[in-house]
Design a protein around this ligand. Structure first.
Ligand code: PAF
Length: 291
């Protein structure tokens, strides 16, 4: 069915490239997404709009970054509504390919950022970062942006993307933007839509527990072992019975997201993943001098 966004949305790589060519050789800001857009995505688009001549956003629910028991089939899809929001913010092209356009029957190549599969998030979602690295590499090759924008909410993903761009000599500048939160502290995520009302009410405990971890470090003159920080986070989470599975609480170097045993003034990235009811939530905060 025809829609008013037909000329904005490009479904194939050749169609995208043709449209891109008509816009000339100016700087391109790129915001890759899986759709179901929220204020977190829109903050990336606004930054891209401000800093570049042309803005491209992609909407592609990438099957290779979902595990067999994950939510690929029910991932929220609302292309027309997303297109309306992106048009309003002045996006020039939406690249929204289908699965066969991105992964032909002959597709075999994977980008494996091996070390990140060993992070706490990587171990929780085997194959996830290979799926992300592969699709982001492909999208950067298609769009060839000057600047690409990602949210700090997915802390390991940010490190993975910085690594692939450097390792594979991709001529794109990676820009990481702060996590956008609801007024009660819950990090914005497309998956928050899965939360039942009673789960949504207690979900801010995620951010609250991370802040308690930071406080333990602050209270001890910016020195704490990872174990002490994790214990403070757990203490807060233990008070909430609707948190039914803490998958990890991890204290990592903010530079490469690999685990560290103790945190001094240089700080760290403190991250966690848990299940609130059936919904998996992740969040992180970065504190200390190295940001
Ligand atoms: O962060 C996301 O939404 C996805 O992981 C990304 C970067 C669009 C790749 O599919």
């Amino acid at each position: 069915m025809a829609s008013r966004f037909d000329s904005l949305i490009q479904r194939t790589i050749p169609a995208f490239r043709n449209k891109r060519m008509t816009l000339g050789t100016s700087s391109v800001g790129f915001v890759p997404t899986m759709g179901a857009l929220h204020e977190g995505h829109l903050s990336l688009v606004r930054e891209a709009r401000e800093k570049n001549d042309i803005v491209v956003s992609s909407i592609f629910v990438n099957p290779t970054q979902f595990g067999p028991s994950e939510d690929f089939d029910k991932y929220p899809q609302q292309l027309q509504e997303d297109a309306r929001m992106l048009e309003e913010l002045g996006v020039d092209i939406i690249f929204a390919p289908n699965k066969d356009e991105m992964y032909t029957d002959n597709h075999t190549t994977k980008v494996m950022p091996e070390i990140f599969e060993t992070t706490a998030e990587g171990k929780s979602r085997p194959g996830f970062f290979t799926g992300v690295a592969t699709v982001v590499t492909k999208l950067l090759n298609v769009v060839q942006p000057t600047n690409a924008y990602f949210g700090q909410k997915d802390a390991v993903q940010c490190c993975v993307i910085r690594r692939i761009v450097e390792d594979l000599n991709i001529p794109t500048n990676v820009v990481i933007m702060p996590t956008v939160r609801e007024s009660d502290g819950l990090a914005m995520s497309s998956r928050n839509a899965y939360l039942m009302p009673e789960e949504r009410l207690i979900a801010p405990v995620v951010f609250k527990s991370l802040l308690a971890g930071e406080q333990a470090w602050l209270d001890n003159d910016k020195q704490a072992s990872a174990e002490e920080i994790v214990a403070e986070v757990q203490k807060v989470l233990n008070q909430e019975p609707m948190v039914n599975e803490v998958q990890y609480v991890s204290v990592d170097s903010n530079i490469n997201m690999l685990p560290i045993d103790s945190v001094g003034p240089e700080g760290c990235c403190l991250s966690l993943a848990l299940k609130c009811g059936e919904v998996r939530l992740i969040d992180n905060i970065v504190f200390g001098a190295i940001r």
